[in-house]
Design a protein around this ligand. Structure first.
Ligand SMILES: [Cu+2]
Length: 141
């Protein structure tokens, strides 16, 4: 009987109304270098449903912008993106020399703490992910 109840509960969860959560991998946070006051975050994100990122924020920063690095000959500049498309089921990668998050005036993290970043979607959802202050190997959530 217990097993049957568990199976029903699982079935309900699988049929729930809520859309599947975002999958975030390799979420890493790079604190500001020197006195720049600007940190950077990289990650890859996959949404089961087609959606758009329409905003990014953190309780530990003044603001966060989405940027793309644009190469023009020898020059690389950055362009701010207001929205970023998330095709259904395809990872969208934010990484060095590509799209990234610029984090303005982030607060210093305590040892062992992660940096919380909330991703707002056009569908109205918002999810917060833990970004690890590490250069590699860290996985978000
Ligand atoms: Cu930038």
């Amino acid at each position: 009987m217990k097993r049957l109840i568990a199976a029903i509960a699982l079935g309900l969860a699988a049929c729930g109304q809520g859309p599947a959560p975002l999958i975030v991998d390799n979420a890493q946070y790079r604190p500001p270098l020197g006195a720049s006051g600007i940190g950077v975050a990289y990650f890859s994100v996959t949404s089961a449903n087609a959606d758009w990122i329409v905003g990014v924020s953190s309780p530990l920063a003044d603001r966060i912008e989405m940027h793309a690095s644009v190469r023009n000959g020898d020059q690389v500049s950055m362009q701010q993106l207001e929205t970023i498309e998330l095709p259904a089921g395809k990872p969208v990668v934010f990484g060095p020399n590509g799209m990234h998050l610029m984090i303005f005036a982030p607060k210093a993290l305590e040892a062992g703490a992660t940096f919380p970043i909330q991703i707002e979607l056009q569908s109205g959802r918002g999810e917060t992910f833990a970004f690890h202050p590490a250069l590699s190997g860290a996985v978000g959530r």
